[in-house]
Design a protein around this ligand. Structure first.
Ligand code: HEC
Length: 194
């Protein structure tokens, strides 16, 4: 009696869980499916990271690095090559302005590569309260006290702050937030809202 009841609960929850997976991509094919898969891989990596930064999982620098590399390897050209001109069709949520503003779109994909490399490199900089030798790191609100490696020149190409070295000197949690913001920036502008 009880076993039967448990079994039917298990069976019905399997059905409920698997149904959305089947429908997720709405029958997307070819390059549209490929880029959806790429985005979904990044979403999984971001989920892992967010459980860490929310404190739901113990901080583990190797896990952070692994997830950061997945995202890095899905950025830049690896991402933009899956957006050939005029491929906003079928179930795709890509907007036409991607191809009108290609450089800007490409810039966001490249920036993601830089930030995720920076997240990888910052993985040992645990978030604010827990950081070992950086008690005053959050004190001044700017990076200036973090020393030469960051602000001492040489690392800042063309005066820009968008370099992996810049992010590598920050608490990794902050880099994670910037990475998440970059995902949203691109989606807000170039992805149709549900
Ligand atoms: C350069 C722009 C850009 C960046 C950066 C970007 N995305 Fe996307 N993303 C898109 C576009 C455009 C689509 C819609 C693709 C389509 O439906 O053809 C999309 C779709 C998605 C989807 C839905 C995929 C599906 O199955 O339909 C997810 C999930 C997603 N992105 C996650 C992320 C995450 C997480 C990040 C950051 C780590 C990110 N994206 C960064 C442009 C971007």
């Amino acid at each position: 009696m009880l076993r039967k009841a448990i079994l039917s609960v298990v069976v019905s929850s399997v059905i409920v869980v698997s149904a959305p997976l089947v429908l997720a991509h709405g029958g997307a094919k070819g390059v549209v499916k490929e880029r959806m898969d790429l985005m979904d891989n990044m979403k999984d990596a971001m989920k892992t990271l967010s459980t860490i930064y929310k404190g739901e999982q113990e901080y583990d620098a190797d896990t952070v690095r692994k997830a950061a590399l997945i995202i890095r390897d899905h950025s830049g050209d690896a991402m933009t090559k899956l957006f050939p001109k005029g491929s906003a069709h079928g179930p795709s949520e890509a907007k036409q302005n991607i191809w009108q503003e290609w450089e800007r779109f490409e810039g966001l994909a490249k920036r993601q590569q830089v930030i995720s490399q920076g997240l990888h490199d910052s993985a040992d900089n645990r978030s604010a309260g827990e950081a070992k030798s950086s008690g005053h790191m959050m004190g001044g609100g700017s990076g200036s006290m973090m020393g030469k490696s960051m602000m001492g020149g040489g690392h800042m190409m063309g005066g820009k702050m968008d370099t992996p070295e810049h992010y590598a000197a920050m608490p990794s949690e902050m880099v994670f937030k910037m990475l998440a913001d970059n995902c949203s920036s691109c989606h807000t502008r170039y992805r149709v809202e549900d």
